[in-house]
Design a protein around this ligand. Structure first.
Ligand code: MOS
Length: 724
């Protein structure tokens, strides 16, 4: 069905199940270790052999030759996949670098061989015997060195409004600062993993992937087979954060390996390989110029951003963060993309907005300071209900309410002024604020629902649950629509044989996939009406396992006299964006302590106040936001894939040296959602929050550090050496 705006009153509004705090229905499976992840399927391939990936030991160049003799003869080895026996491979729509390298090498740790053996240990031992002779090529690895040669890019076109230059020159108060953000790794808990099984020319892969249909298509394209011959199954995914939006080497090599040895093959990317073999969030350099009148009205905004990627890759589109953020008539947005020979850059949680928010939200703090205006008040003053970037009104923008509610809940009035004026024992204490802004996209999504004779309602869609709570919100949606208790709904996800959903990415998953289930349930409700001969004109009321048209009330099971009732539906958001701009908003507040002697930085408290219209499940939505806050804390204080420009790779490529926050780093977090709904957004009247939670966090932390110490660090992560 087409989404017609604004969404009218509909069964979801009853809020009997949707919107109620609900613990995730897949939780017990995960906490008891019974949820089956990609590498763990046993019965689908009891005789699976193990593949171990060998990554390139040079960042660019060519393979001159392999010496595979010792590996081939090692105990248990079945065979070895390399470009020499893999046959011609295509490049997936969503990949920049080939997933199997050779003879040309595109980046360090690009896969060059898969050693297949009877056991994992045998495959790993034999992989150590693979000898590759490389002709190492020349490459460039430092963004700062390539900045001046960076080009505009169609993927993020420049734009301007008004006359930035002269407005900025005339501005009474202004700042012109440059910010740097680091390369980040997704570091999801479950590594990329796949089991591949061929039956004739038909391939089934159990593969950890956020986007089942994109994955199916790209596997087919890479292997040069028809998509109809590929089935991708991914019911449980141990985190993705964008790193599993696209097919990676585990899937392609498992498929090639299974073909070569004529039996199922399973491949997990070993953790130290993941950082250079897969994708990362590219580092950025960003220049922000902001001009304001003496009384604090922003008149001019310029955001320029530089990032790098492999030839043919894409930019980190950081200006996204400034485009919709604040009023100001004279604007300049520029994106430049350099070619680097590092591993492939790609989407990581709130790509563009997340690093962009570090620049614009620290810049806002700097300008507020210069104006002598409180940074909460400064943001409130420069709020806009019309997106300055496209001229359309926001469907819903409660940024001011988020800021004000947060300020009052957090005790913002106790913020030390001037900076570096509050001590608590050995700690300097400060507070920081930043806005969180992230797009609220929606995209078409389909589902199938089936009322079975047992009374169970089965929902099937190729949607994924990457730890986000999709199972639960889809069950809530179906339960609400059919008037059934949650326990009577069974949700089946992550299988390309199910109707094609929006998938999990870009924060579009929650609103799109629930709307797809809503659409299917609308169809099913009509089938129930027909089966029971209910009044064709009347509004039906589904409640407590019964349906009523106002005059007659019948148990739902009466509709199943001739067997199960099944319906498919798809939601289509095609015209949604014609007259409105869709975003989600929030405000982050952080209290920081900095040790006066050692400059050790400790987060003391974090609060997020968020708004995305109706929140489908406050429990899983809160988990998304505090997860984003934690990841934002990582970016602010710890996370930095360090470029080794001699070797052309990320040097700290394991979880011992790529540091992410642990419990000790995050003592106290709170998340508050505003009430209300957004009938322009979707039939569900709300948007996802999976990426909102990370936007602005690192800026709020940086701003708190400034407030605590009086030291402004414009290069994230803010490690203690930068304060000394
Ligand atoms: Mo997200 S970076 O689109 O998984």
């Amino acid at each position: 069905m087409k989404f017609i705006k604004p969404a009218q009153q509909n069964p979801i509004d009853q809020g009997r199940v949707v919107g109620k705090p609900t613990t995730r229905i897949d939780g017990p499976l995960k906490t008891t270790g019974t949820a089956v992840y990609s590498y763990e399927w046993k019965d689908v391939a009891p005789n699976a052999a193990y593949g171990f990936v060998v990554g390139a030991a040079v960042p660019t160049g060519r393979i001159r030759s392999f010496d595979l003799a010792a590996a081939q003869e090692a105990p248990g080895v079945l065979d070895i996949v390399t470009y020499k026996n893999a046959g011609p491979l295509g490049l997936g729509d969503f990949n920049t670098a080939p997933l199997l390298g050779g003879p040309k090498i595109t980046h360090y740790h690009q896969a060059v061989a898969l050693v297949i053996a009877e056991t994992f240990e045998q495959a790993r031992a034999a992989a150590g015997l693979v000898k590759v002779d490389y002709a190492r090529g020349e490459g460039v690895y430092e963004l700062s060195d390539q900045k001046d040669s960076a080009d505009p890019t169609d993927a993020a076109p420049d734009s301007s409004q008004g006359d930035f230059q002269s407005a900025f020159e005339r501005a009474a108060v202004k700042i012109d600062e440059t910010y740097e953000t680091a390369n980040h790794a997704h570091a999801m808990m479950e590594p990329h993993a796949t089991i591949a099984v061929w039956e004739g020319d038909e391939l089934t892969v159990w593969s950890s992937n956020q986007m089942v249909e994109w994955g199916r298509q790209d596997i087919a394209k890479t292997l040069k087979i028809s998509p109809d011959k590929v089935r991708l199954v991914a019911p449980y995914i141990g985190g993705g954060f964008g790193g599993k939006l696209f097919v990676r080497a585990d899937a392609i090599l498992a498929a090639l390996g299974a073909k070569l040895v004529q039996r199922p093959v399973k491949v997990v990317l070993q953790r130290p390989l993941i950082f250079n073999n897969t994708v990362h969030r590219p580092s950025t350099i960003q220049r922000i110029r902001l001009g304001a009148s003496q009384d604090g009205n922003i008149t001019s905004v310029a955001h320029e951003t530089w990032s790098g990627d492999l030839e043919g890759g894409g930019p980190e589109a950081s200006t996204q963060a400034s485009r919709p953020a604040y009023a100001g008539e004279n604007r300049l947005m520029q994106t430049r993309l350099a070619v680097l020979n590092l591993p492939e850059g790609n989407a990581m949680r709130a790509p563009g907005d997340m690093p962009g928010s570090i620049a614009i939200e620290v810049a806002m703090d700097e300008l507020a300071e210069k104006l002598g205006i409180d940074p909460v008040e400064f943001r409130v003053m420069n709020d806009t209900q019309v997106n300055p970037d496209d001229g359309k009104p926001f469907s819903r923008r409660k940024l001011v309410e988020c800021l004000q509610r947060g300020a009052s809940e957090f005790g913002w009035e106790k913020r030390p002024s001037p900076p570096a004026s509050k001590r608590d024992g050995r700690w300097l204490v400060g507070m920081g604020v930043a806005a969180a802004i992230r797009g609220g996209p929606a995209t078409k999504s389909a589902a199938r629902v089936r009322l079975e004779s047992s009374g169970k309602l089965v929902v099937e869609t190729d949607m994924t649950d990457i730890g986000t709570g999709s199972y639960t919100i889809l069950a809530q949606t179906a339960a609400e629509m059919l008037g059934l208790p949650l326990e009577q709904v069974e949700v089946r996800l992550g299988d390309s044989s199910f109707p094609v959903s929006a998938g999990s990415g870009g924060q579009w998953g929650a609103t799109s996939s629930t709307s797809g289930v809503y659409a299917a349930c609308v169809e099913l409700r009509e089938k129930v009406r027909m089966a029971l001969g209910l009044n064709a004109e009347a509004e039906l009321n589904f409640a407590d396992g019964s349906v009523s048209d106002g005059s007659a009330e019948r148990p739902l099971t009466d509709a199943l006299a001739t067997g199960p009732l099944e319906a498919e539906g798809e939601i289509d958001f095609e015209s949604r964006g014609d007259d409105h701009s869709y975003f989600t908003f929030g405000a982050h507040f952080v209290e920081i302590g900095v040790d006066v002697h050692t400059a050790e930085i400790r987060i003391r408290r974090m609060l997020a106040v968020c708004d995305a219209g109706r929140i489908f499940n406050p429990v899983s939505a809160r988990s998304q936001v505090i997860g984003g806050m934690t990841m934002g804390a990582g970016a602010a204080l710890l996370e930095d894939l360090h470029v080794d420009a001699r070797q052309g790779f990320f040097a700290n490529h394991d979880l011992a040296s790529y540091e992410v926050p642990v419990h000790m780093d995050i003592p106290h977090q709170e998340c508050i959602f505003l009430d209300g709904d957004d009938p322009l957004a979707s039939p569900m009247k709300g948007s996802g929050v999976g990426e909102l939670g990370i936007c602005g966090v690192s800026a709020a932390i940086g701003n708190a550090i400034y407030n605590a110490t009086g030291i402004r660090v414009r290069e994230h992560p803010i490690t203690l050496d930068k304060l000394l």
